[in-house]
Design a protein around this ligand. Structure first.
Ligand code: SF4
Length: 388
């Protein structure tokens, strides 16, 4: 969707950079990748391969294997706080999520009137890249990294072709050096003769940017970002209460629009696919109905992304989603604010969510963009009027 149709391959370049060993290398892995990559190697849809995947990335030569889920937890802290501030100020509501570049691109091109509603929080990929390059972690890599003469080489593995475009966005380029899709990573693994299926399942992510909660894992499914936000927002408005952990009304890969009520916050909605969002936006009802709306351009969310393995199984999205929620269900911590490394990051570097330091590193801006078609129509309109 929206610029995500063409997969510009970068995996050859990534292997060359890893072989050169000129910089410390860092890789981050999206939640939907660990669920689907096993399908490339003959496993059934829904087979979770986190440990195997980590071991494969180490064999490819990455120095640090981190988890995008760490930044998903951080996204919830920033975006949840942003939502509560907007609710309090009664401004720019509803808040639209902004972690899907397919959706963000569409707004910039076709509905710039919605720009004030987009969350300014960067996506987990971009947050993680910024932290890999410009946080205490980066400065701990040695004197050249501490004084800025060198920075780590940062790669992300994503289920999404639009994430390549996101990594090159104005104001965000440089956070991530290369993006490879789940399918590209499978090609890298095969090209190096690594027998994925024979790898041990014992791989674990490095720290400090590798720990995460179950809330972060469900980012990979439609409704997951909103459910993760509901878990934390409900706690923030009522710290002594016992809000629900599972918001099942927001789950599922089939419904177009899913809704629920978050106590103390308001009604929220999830648009499952860009077409569902387009239908919702045909009227203005959404303006008064909801305080927050999640939009993911791909049906099913990132587990149905354009960079995931192709499948002939008609139930593949459901099977991947079930696997994602199973990982969440088994997680020792399931709410983003419980992530101890996120708490440490705030204590040592950022202060609090939406602080000036957090704004500088973790937030971004959007701007209207004119599509080539819109520019052509405008030109033809001018010519037409001049001739008239
Ligand atoms: Fe990419 Fe996920 Fe958005 Fe699809 S839903 S365009 S995979 S970020």
């Amino acid at each position: 969707p929206v610029g995500a149709l063409i997969e510009a391959p970068h995996w050859h370049e990534v292997l060359k950079r890893l072989d050169s060993r000129q910089q410390v290398s860092v890789v981050q892995v999206a939640p939907a990748t660990r669920i689907a990559i096993s399908e490339e190697f003959g496993f059934k849809p829904g087979t979770v391969s986190t440990g195997r995947l980590i071991n494969a990335l180490r064999q490819l030569g990455f120095d640090y294997v981190f988890d995008t889920n760490f930044a998903a937890d951080l996204t919830i802290m920033e975006e949840g706080s942003e939502l509560l501030a907007r609710v309090k100020a009664e401004t720019d509501l509803p808040l639209f999520t902004s972690c899907c570049p397919g959706w963000v691109n569409w707004v910039e091109l076709h509905r710039p009137d919605l720009l004030p509603h987009l969350s300014t929080t960067k996506s987990p990929q971009q947050m993680h890249g910024a932290l890999s390059k410009r946080s205490l972690f980066a400065r701990s890599l040695g004197p050249e990294y501490a004084d800025g003469a060198k920075e780590p080489y940062v790669v992300s593995v994503m289920p999404c072709t639009a994430k390549k475009d996101e990594a090159a966005r104005p104001g965000q380029s440089g956070d991530v050096d290369h993006v490879v899709t789940t399918r590209e990573l499978a090609r890298m693994i095969r090209s190096r003769g690594i027998a994925f299926g024979a790898l041990d399942e014992d791989g674990v992510f490095d720290n400090p940017l590798g720990d995460s909660t179950g809330a972060a894992q469900i980012f990979g499914a439609s409704g997951g970002v909103m459910e993760a936000m509901a878990r934390t927002a409900a706690h923030l408005v009522d710290p002594d209460g016992a809000p629900a952990l599972e918001w099942r009304a927001l789950r599922g890969v089939n419904a177009g629009v899913k809704t629920t009520q978050v106590p103390g916050v308001g009604a929220v909605a999830v648009c499952n696919g860009i077409a569902a969002a387009q239908r919702m936006l045909q009227t203005d009802d959404w303006r008064d109905q909801y305080v927050a709306i999640e939009v993911m351009a791909c049906v099913g969310g990132c587990l149905g992304g354009g960079g995931e393995p192709k499948s002939m199984d008609p139930d593949v999205l459901t099977k991947r989603a079930q696997a994602i929620y199973a990982v969440d269900g088994q997680a020792p911590r399931r709410r983003s604010f419980e992530n101890p490394d996120v708490q440490t990051l705030y204590d040592k570097e950022l202060g609090r969510p939406n602080s000036a330091a957090a704004q500088a590193l973790l937030h971004t801006r959007y701007a209207e963009r004119r599509s080539k078609r819109a520019l052509l129509m405008r030109f033809l309109d001018c010519v037409d009027r001049r001739d008239g």
